[in-house]
Ligand binder design. Structure first.
Ligand code: HEM
Length: 152
């Protein structure tokens, strides 16, 4: 394994503070491709499925695969690709969509750590540049704070 310069630090959640969010570099999608993004979200959702925050997600494996593909639609779109999410699910309205689930600061940490694990093969296989991965991570770090909607 080679040494990575990507900073996977997580900005602590502070209640009432919504940090500005920048979209990921579109080159991240160009590098990994739509298939790469779909594989990434499959990997991530299979980790969620067996995680301490699994209770938030569908308990059926097939439903989890579908959920992963909806998320992949979103991430392809936010990285400048085709508007699959709008087409298949409607306007993103992410905070509203997450409102039915109690997302605590701790759940956000689990979510981010699992996402970091799912991203690792991209680094190890050198499927994308560290700069573009860094930009994707910063997006996850900042935007995930917006999804926190519960204290406990
Ligand atoms: C960068 C931050 C995040 C993004 C971009 C994001 C994106 C998404 C997307 C696109 C969906 C599918 C919505 C739909 O198809 O209607 C979704 C669903 C969901 N997300 Fe997130 N999410 C984020 C953070 C989080 C966090 C931090 C948690 C919890 C710790 C979380 C929990 C969920 C749950 C429980 C669902 C519903 C699963 C389902 O049945 O489809 N999300 N998210």
């Amino acid at each position: 394994m080679r040494f990575s310069k990507v900073d996977f630090s997580i900005t602590p959640y502070v209640e009432g503070v919504t940090l500005p969010v920048s979209k990921p570099n579109p080159q991240f999608l160009s590098e990994i491709g739509e298939e790469g993004m779909r594989e990434l979200l499959d990997r991530f959702y299979m980790k969620l499925y067996e995680s301490p925050i699994a209770h938030l997600f569908p308990s059926d494996r097939e439903e989890m695969k579908t959920a992963a593909q909806h998320s992949a639609d979103f991430f392809i779109q936010i990285c400048g690709g085709p508007a699959y999410f709008n087409r298949n699910r409607g306007a993103p309205q992410m905070r509203k969509r997450h409102a039915p689930f109690a997302i605590t600061p701790e759940a956000r940490l689990h979510w981010l750590v699992l996402f970091e694990e799912a991203l690792m093969p991209l680094l190890e296989e050198q499927r994308c540049s560290e700069t573009n991965l860094q930009s994707f991570w910063r997006y996850l770090d900042t935007f995930s704070q917006w999804m926190v909607n519960s204290r406990s």
